[in-house]
Design a protein around this ligand. Sequence first.
Ligand SMILES: Cc1ncc(C[n+]2csc(CCOP(=O)(O)OP(=O)(O)O)c2C)c(N)n1
Ligand code: SF4
Length: 298
Amino acid sequence: MAKKEETIKAAPTAKDFRGDVAPDWCAGCGDFGVLRSLEMACAKFGRENHEYLTISGIGCSSNTPGYISTYGMHTLHGRSLAVATGAKLGNHDLTVIVTGGDGDGFGIGGNHFMHTMRRNVDLLYIVMDNQIYGLTIGQISPTSVMGMKTKSTPFGSVEAPINPIALALISGATYVARGFSGDTRHLAELMYKGMEHKGFAFVDVYSPCITFNKDNTFAFFKQRIKKLEELGHDSSDFKAAIDQAMKGDDEIPIGLFYQDTSRSSLDELEPVLHEGPLAHQELGITKEQGDYIIRTMM
Ligand SMILES: Cc1ncc(C[n+]2csc(CCOP(=O)(O)OP(=O)(O)O)c2C)c(N)n1
Ligand code: SF4
């Protein structure tokens, strides 16, 4: 009897998630580190490329879906979380990752940010926070510090920045972390744990824009960063997480601020999804009705 051939699939590696297109980011941009970390996290999470969907808005950071080998969507500025919510509810079997910048996520997309967190949509949201608008060549963003001189603020910004970690905590995000693109292994672990988390996982990443932000540089962060795990922080303690989030610029904590595993995610609560992903369910309409909808809507 002929020996049955067995094909044992090797575990995916970070390289398996590298896209065909090389990033056109400026040499030295922090976003390279974020992309490498995401490749590592996808490999460790162990799913196949087609089981991930990466969605972004518009910006330098938002070009990420073009550089990673997963399904991807490059959507509208500030609208990535709305599209991602729809995608997750359409097929909740997918691991949905959302990437973008601080302008995209906290400025024009700020409203979606809050509502996606309150709904506890099961997504991993990675913000490459460079505290400036990179793609539009250097205007202040919602996380730019007061006094920062840019093209749009030649005399220094007079606006107070938002605090994304504190905002996420009070808006109901159930996994809240901060990473640094200069520490890719630590960042990859935060992303991996965010993928494992059932609910909204937010990872704010200090990812320096070396071209337009001359204040918040790699050196700036390296001098100030402290790992929460080394500070003995308890990530199940909400009040302790708020205290860490409110720390000033002299000591910048990175790591997992808070995780709450007691809340169900939106797809777990939505009765329509109890029968399995919508994408795999019968539509419940005839072919003629389906054709009519497509004819009139497209
Ligand atoms: C509706 C809309 N408004 C404004 C713009 C212009 N625009 C494109 S990217 C961007 C901001 C980019 O900054 P950020 O999201 O922080 O990403 P980065 O480029 O720094 O990675 C702006 C204002 C746009 N494309 N669409
Ligand atoms: S402009 Fe800034 S954010 Fe954009 S690619 Fe260059 S360094 Fe990166």
